[in-house]
Write a protein that binds this ligand. Structure first.
Ligand SMILES: O=C(O)CCC(=O)C(=O)O
Ligand SMILES: [Fe+2]
Length: 229
C-alpha cells in the first residue's frame, strides 16, 4: 500500500496516478495514466519496465481507438475528425483483492476494455444483466454518454457493472476515448437541424471533476448538468 500511495496524483486538478473508488459492489483500485509524456503521469518507481509497457499499451489502444472512431464517423456520415481525441488509460493497480464497480454509464465517447481471465463485467439489456466473459485476444467496446448525445441517440450508452467474485482478484485495462472536461456537448448539427431532425438532448456541459488528494476516494462519475435553454 505504501508503494501504491507513492503513486498518488501529483496534482489535484489531474487524477493521473493511483486512486481508489469505493462502491457497494467493491473497492476498485486503479492507476490512471494520461498520454505518454504527460507531466502528470506517476508510475511505480520499483518497476522499471512498467512505465515502458504501459506507454506501449497506451499507444496500441490509441491506434484501435482511432480506427473505431473513424468507423463510427463513417457510419454517421461525418468527416473523419470531429475532434474527440482526449484519451485516458485506467488500468487497475496490481494485487488487488476486490474490484467491483457499481452499475454506471461511461461518460466519455468510446471505451475499450481488456479483461484478464476473471469474469465480472456485465451489461444491462432489456432489464437483464448479461455477463461479458473475457475472450482471449479481444477487446470489449462500450459506447459512452457523449457519443449517445453527439449521435442524437443513434448510438446508446451501455449500462454496465463489474461483479466481484469472492477471493478472486480481477485486473482490466480500460482505455477511454473522450472529450476532456468543460466542453459543451450537444447533438451534432449534421445529425439534427441539417437533416431536419429534432435534437433529443439539450446542450450539456461536462463539469470539471473534483478530485480529492492522496489516497482518498473520488467520485467515479463526472457531473453532467443540463443547461436550461
Ligand atoms: O473493468 C472493467 O471491465 C470495466 C471497468 C469500467 O466499467 C470503468 O472503468 O468504467
Ligand atoms: Fe465503465
Amino acid at each position: 500500500m505504501e508503494e501504491k500511495l507513492k503513486c498518488s496524483p501529483i496534482s489535484t486538478l489531474n487524477p493521473a496516478g493511483y486512486g481508489r473508488m469505493d462502491s457497494y459492489i467493491g473497492n476498485n483500485e486503479r492507476l490512471r495514466i494520461d498520454a505518454p509524456g504527460s507531466s502528470c503521469n506517476v508510475f511505480p518507481c520499483s518497476s522499471t519496465g512498467y512505465r515502458k509497457t504501459m506507454e506501449e499499451i497506451f499507444k496500441e489502444f490509441e491506434k484501435v481507438s482511432e480506427l473505431v472512431e473513424s468507423v463510427i464517423n463513417d457510419f454517421l456520415g461525418l468527416p473523419t475528425d470531429k475532434g474527440y481525441h482526449d484519451r485516458l488509460a485506467l488500468p487497475p493497480a496490481t494485487d488487488i483483492t476486490s474490484n467491483g464497480r457499481d452499475e454506471h454509464l461511461d461518460s466519455n465517447c468510446i471505451t475499450f476494455v481488456l479483461q484478464d481471465d476473471v469474469v465480472g463485467l456485465e451489461v444491462k439489456k432489456d432489464k437483464q444483466w448479461i455477463p461479458i466473459p473475457p475472450v482471449k485476444g479481444s477487446l470489449v467496446v462500450n459506447i459512452g454518454v457523449i457519443l449517445q448525445v453527439l449521435s442524437n441517440k443513434r448510438f446508446e450508452a451501455a449500462r454496465h457493472r463489474v461483479v466481484k467474485h469472492r477471493g478472486r482478484s480481477r485486473n482490466s485495462i480500460v482505455f477511454f476515448n473522450g472529450l476532456g472536461t468543460n466542453k459543451w456537448v450537444e447533438p451534432l448539427p449534421e445529425l439534427t437541424r441539417e437533416i431536419g431532425e429534432a435534437p433529443k438532448y439539450r446542450s450539456r456541459i461536462r463539469v470539471q471533476r473534483v478530485y480529492r488528494s492522496k489516497g482518498q476516494s473520488s467520485s467515479s462519475q463526472p457531473t453532467q448538468s443540463r443547461r436550461s435553454d
